[in-house]
Design a protein around this ligand. Structure first.
Ligand code: URA
Length: 232
């Protein structure tokens, strides 16, 4: 197996990030520094990254978590805050989140040790749809605001792609986007005059949050994994 793929399977990083790690001279195979990400390695090889031994490819798992507010969506937080990874009983699997949610956003986030899958699901090319339930201020939300959200609004980093938008009462919208720009839904709503009061992700690709309680995680089933992988 190619070295970068081996590192991705072992949960070190996404395939692309692993290639950079290898090129940076941080990886040894059998005690020798290797800078070619395409170098062939197998389970019998002793591989290290920054001097630490990499365990062979572990079983690849994906978890769904209902992220509570205040928990950060990174693998490790430099300020010591609770992270999404802390909420999953992964029994040794080194998980990291698939994409980002703001600390104050709640709802569905996936965690996996499958760097390749994570990379694919977050790559703009694959346009994975993400649906948010959004409570906004300055209700009711008028037709014009809904139309602008649907057609795309101008943000400081460029126009947004058309979104699916459904009104659900005076102050709640269901918005589906397939981009993943920083604080995108909050900025879109702000731009049309309705600042976000609460934001929850209720679907990611073919998966729905369902009745998973806040703070709880579950492993995806085989058929859910198949559906997810078919997208990628
Ligand atoms: N859009 C946002 O504004 N925040 C999130 O956390 C996710 C999407």
């Amino acid at each position: 197996m190619r070295l970068a793929k081996y590192l991705a399977h072992a949960g070190v990083a996404s395939r692309r990030a692993a290639e950079e790690i290898v090129r940076g001279g941080r990886v040894t195979v059998g005690g020798e520094v290797v800078t070619d990400p395409a170098r062939d390695v197998g389970d019998a090889d002793a591989v290290t990254v920054d001097g630490a031994r990499v365990a062979g490819a572990e079983e690849r798992v994906v978890w769904a978590l209902n992220k509570p507010a205040g928990v950060v969506a990174t693998a490790r937080d430099t300020h010591g805050r609770r992270t999404v990874v802390d909420l999953v009983e992964s029994r040794g699997a080194r998980l990291y989140p698939v994409g980002r949610l703001d600390a104050d956003t709640t709802g569905l986030i996936l965690l996996t040790n499958d760097g390749e899958l994570a990379n694919t699901l977050t790559h703009p090319r694959y346009e994975v749809p993400k649906t948010y339930r959004v409570r906004v201020a300055r209700a009711p939300v008028g037709d014009r605001a809904v139309r602008r959200l649907r057609e795309g609004v101008q943000l400081e980093d460029g126009p947004t792609a058309p979104a699916r938008v459904r009104r659900d009462g005076r102050d709640v919208l269901e918005i589906t986007i397939h981009e993943g720009r920083n604080r995108q839904v909050r900025r879109m709503c702000e731009e049309v005059g309705h600042p976000v009061v609460a934001l929850e992700r209720i679907a990611f690709g073919p998966l729905r949050l369902g009745d998973l309680p806040p703070g709880r995680a579950r492993r995806l089933t085989g058929s859910e994994l198949d559906r997810l992988r078919r997208r990628s």
